[in-house]
Design a protein around this ligand. Structure first.
Ligand SMILES: [Zn+2]
Ligand SMILES: [Zn+2]
Ligand SMILES: [Zn+2]
Length: 137
């Protein structure tokens, strides 16, 4: 069984050809992807609504997560294996490159411990680093 098929099955998602293609696109990329990029690559017969719907389902399932984008575009990156539908909080930094506009997930940095505040429920804690990525340096 291919990795993507296994992944889709594990997460209980319908293994449609489009979703398989979308997941493969993420797996074959070493960075995050914008909706525009996805549309360019596999969007021929799939309009933006289909892409957004698939991305939404993937995100809810703990397969991908939204990452910050330099130009405020919708951008997503693959999650690590620990993510699941009920636990999907990330403790890694996001690196935004000033030159290629790419956003990368950085697991190597110790994420600061954020103290909980009474009365608040944290859904997302973001650590963003900007600079030059290895490709652009
Ligand atoms: Zn996740
Ligand atoms: Zn770069
Ligand atoms: Zn990330």
């Amino acid at each position: 069984m291919s990795i993507s098929k296994k992944l889709l099955n594990n997460y209980g998602l319908r293994n449609t050809a489009f979703r398989k293609k979308l997941l493969q696109l993420f797996q074959n990329s070493d960075s995050s992807l914008t909706v525009e990029y996805i549309k360019d690559k596999i969007g021929r017969n799939n309009d933006k609504v289909t892409i957004y719907r698939a991305l939404n389902t993937f995100e809810k399932s703990g397969l991908i997560h939204q990452v910050p984008d330099r130009n405020n575009l919708s951008r997503y990156a693959l999650c690590n294996v620990e993510c699941n539908p009920s636990n999907h909080i990330h403790h890694h930094a996001h690196f935004i490159c000033d030159y290629c506009d790419n956003t990368l997930c950085i697991e190597e940095i110790d994420f600061p411990k954020i103290k909980k505040i009474k009365g608040f429920k944290f859904k997302k804690i973001e650590l963003i680093i900007q600079g030059s990525c290895p490709k652009c340096l």
